[in-house]
Design a protein around this ligand. Sequence first.
Ligand code: NDP
Length: 309
Amino acid sequence: MAIVIIRQDGKTDMWKEALLAADPNLPVFGYHDDHDPKGIKMALVWKHPKGSLANYSNLMCIASNGAGVDFIFEDEDRPKHLPITRIVDTYLAADMSEHVLALILANLKHLEHYKVDQFNKIWKPLQYLRIADVRVGILGLGTLGQVLANDLVRFGFQVQGWSSSRKSVEKVKSFAGPDELSDFLASTKILVCLLPLTDRTSDILNKELFEQLPKGAYIINVARGGHLVDKDLLELLDSGHLSGAALDVFHQEPLNQEHPFWEHPKVHMTPHYASVSDTDSVVPQILENYRRLENGDSLINLVSKTKGY
Ligand code: NDP
């Protein structure tokens, strides 16, 4: 019974070493290592080559090496009967919250704008907003969204969230389901997307949604590039309806050099680094599920295959 790590971002050895540091006897292989596919019971994957999971006839579990699982559902050749697990981790949630807080504070204090003014030697103070006057709306009030919501409340923001089911988070107004999306949007000044990418949320950040936000709203997408219709965002930024956007995730990563986002003055880009799985904190939960597989116990952090997240 062994684990195979399948990813294409050059981090296979890092994860293998981290797993072996926790358990030196663990049978763990990189996808390109010499190994017997029949002995593999768990595949630890991150954006694996589509079809690669089909090589493992005795696989018992597909474990995402991150919080998102969209890339697994996109692999039509995956063994569909297998359980899928994902990472649920306090560091992942705290890092995401810090990233979004930094973006929101920078936006309130116009830090991006002043950087450009500085390069152009322009001295022009702008009016700023106070935290207490700003309502942040979080699309996806799940594991990451709720940690962010609590942090924003602690900072003094007005906070509301939208999810499939109603949530009870102190001082956070909960909106649930498609029927309540319009009311949620109408009162959101800064919109943060923390939804999983599924058939129902793909392209959700589109013109129709943006037009329901108040004029001057600011968009933060830290979920997946597939949530955003790029041309709709550009149109609404250029018309002045939206004041700006901070994007961490893109349809194609790295973003192609010709894409208009690179040079758009109202777009703030980061290279999909808002929150990255930390080996020290994530390895124990991978090993926990490996042991559970060995013992025939039910797995932790299971993904719903009907919901797709
Ligand atoms: P969770 O599954 O814990 O939360 C997802 C939330 O979205 C839930 O509240 C869920 O509602 C809600 N939701 C899902 N579908 C819909 C829908 N159709 N309508 C309304 N609400 C919906 O996910 P996490 O918080 O752990 O992660 C969210 C995403 O963040 C990940 O899928 C990943 O794409 C992204 N991510 C990005 C990172 C980065 O570095 N940029 C790092 C880590 C994650 P309900 O609870 O009612 O089901």
